[in-house]
Design a protein around this ligand. Structure first.
Ligand SMILES: [Zn+2]
Length: 465
């Protein structure tokens, strides 16, 4: 039975979903600047969820939006001297490339906020009619005083909220916690006609309107990073309750944890951002995807380039181990491990741990048993969106090669000489019957995308796959 952590109840719940229709909405990017690893994590971990639900035979409708109008987009485009449309298109393309390289399933719908202006206006009209919104000189605002259950998702208090820095301080709001639904445009800003005057939507109303227009008043799972809980998701709830007081809106709220760079939250303000597409070029989509699999989606995840390299070499071990076998569900014990781990709030690190335990004990298996284990491991990873292709990183940098061979006291000059020397060292170990160390050398060099094969004519051969 699948259990997931629901942020709204702060507890792990047995999910109760209709097999014939599961509606999932994931808050997608605001296309103001190039994607970073945190965007990759959110996309990948919820891709694991979507794929696993499909494996369990749920019919999933998955929507991930693009916020293509926002204060920050306007600001950034002015800085760059281009239009907000040009900036949005460029960044949207970068996100698209990253999603594809990470092998994330394309959403059934990927709406852009600017394509939903009439729907957004209708939603705001409903909030005004229901007396949850008011008009000022600067825009239309949501009236928090009208909504009693505000902050039930985050469990914060209004005092917390007011002391937080994320509250904007438009002069003419009734209360500081009220938020903009429609902002009247200043000069030189993109704007749309509305019954109240030219302007543009606030961020929160965009998601509520897109959800309502595409998926309906109620959805099953709403996902996003845990940095969106407040104010974005609190405000989405407030809007939906204002417009449709008798509807549930969201059955399960799922939030992924943030990435940490040496203990610090990875955010733009910390200035430690490296671009997602740079890592994808360097390591390939599968290695980065595998890095995200190694941490449970809700936990904060430590990031360093070293950890990414480690993920790459662990993934290569799996690829190597399952080589030459077809993906097929042949070993029931392994399938049970897979489902038990995933059912436990998508406990992917546990799954990896159990799989490696089996690999490490595989010496005791007979030929058929071993083949079945390999096929099943390949099958499990296929479900999770890994093709085990030998795509590998684009190329090893000289620095990678120097550092790699240095560990074996080999001075790197050129790849052929260094590998010959490496193989000679390994042969030496084998002669001395130090098979464990020799095996480790064979495994270790996989991180460069090179495999050494024993038992060929020369005793060895290597191929850069
Ligand atoms: Zn959203």
């Amino acid at each position: 039975m699948l259990k997931l952590h629901n942020s709204y109840t702060s507890s792990i719940e047995e999910v109760d979903l209709n097999k014939k229709e599961v509606k999932i909405y994931l808050c997608g990017p605001t296309v103001q600047s190039s994607p970073h690893l945190g965007h990759g994590r959110s996309a990948v971990v919820f891709d694991f969820l979507v794929r696993y639900l499909k494996y369990l035979d749920y019919k999933v409708t998955f929507v991930r939006n693009i916020t293509d109008i926002d204060d920050k987009i306007i600001e950034k485009s002015k800085e760059e001297g281009i239009t907000y449309i040009q900036l949005g298109e460029r960044v949207t393309e970068e996100f698209g490339k990253a999603y594809k390289t990470l092998n994330c399933i394309a959403p059934d719908k990927e709406p852009k906020a600017t394509e939903f202006i009439p729907e957004i206006i209708r939603y705001i009209e409903k909030l005004i009619k229901n007396d949850f919104a008011y008009l000022t000189d600067s825009g239309i605002y949501y009236d928090i005083s009208k909504y009693d259950d505000y902050l039930n998702l985050s469990g914060r208090t209004k005092e917390d909220v007011l002391s937080g820095s994320r509250i904007s301080l438009e002069e003419d709001k009734k209360a500081p916690e009220d938020f903009a639904l429609w902002k009247f445009s200043k000069e030189d800003e993109p704007s749309w006609e509305s019954p109240w005057g030219e302007g543009r939507p606030g961020w929160h109303i965009e998601c509520s309107s897109m959800i309502n227009s595409i998926l309906g008043k109620n959805i099953d799972i709403h996902c996003g990073g845990n940095d969106l809980i407040f104010p974005h998701h609190e405000n989405e709830i407030a809007q939906s309750k204002g417009a449709f007081p008798n509807e549930l809106f969201v059955k399960y709220w799922l939030h992924n944890g943030m990435l940490n760079l040496s203990g610090q939250k990875m955010s733009k303000s910390e200035g430690n951002i490296k671009l997602l597409n740079e890592y994808l070029d360097q390591f390939g989509g599968e290695a980065v995807r595998f890095f995200f699999l190694r941490s449970q989606y809700r936990s904060p995840q430590e990031f360093s380039e070293e950890l990414l390299k480690e993920s790459e070499s662990t993934l290569n071990k799996l690829i190597h181990f399952t080589e030459n076998e077809e993906a097929a569900p042949k070993n029931n014990d392994l399938l049970k491990i897979f489902e038990d781990s995933m059912n436990e709030d998508l406990n992917t690190p546990k799954l990896i741990g159990e799989i490696f335990k089996i690999i490490n004990e595989s010496d005791d298996l007979d030929k058929k048993e071993l083949e079945d284990v390999k096929s099943t491991i390949k099958y499990i990873f296929k479900i999770l969106g890994f093709n085990f292709l030998k795509e590998k990183r684009q190329k090893n940098t000289d620095e990678d090669l120097i550092n790699f061979f240095k560990k074996y006291e080999i001075k790197f000059s050129n790849i052929d000489d260094s590998i010959n020397e490496y193989i000679a060292k390994r042969e030496n170990l084998r002669k001395k019957k130090e098979y464990k160390a020799a095996d480790e050398m064979r495994e270790s060099i996989l991180e460069l995308g090179i495999s050494i094969e024993d038992g060929t004519e020369n005793g060895w051969s290597w191929k850069n796959s």
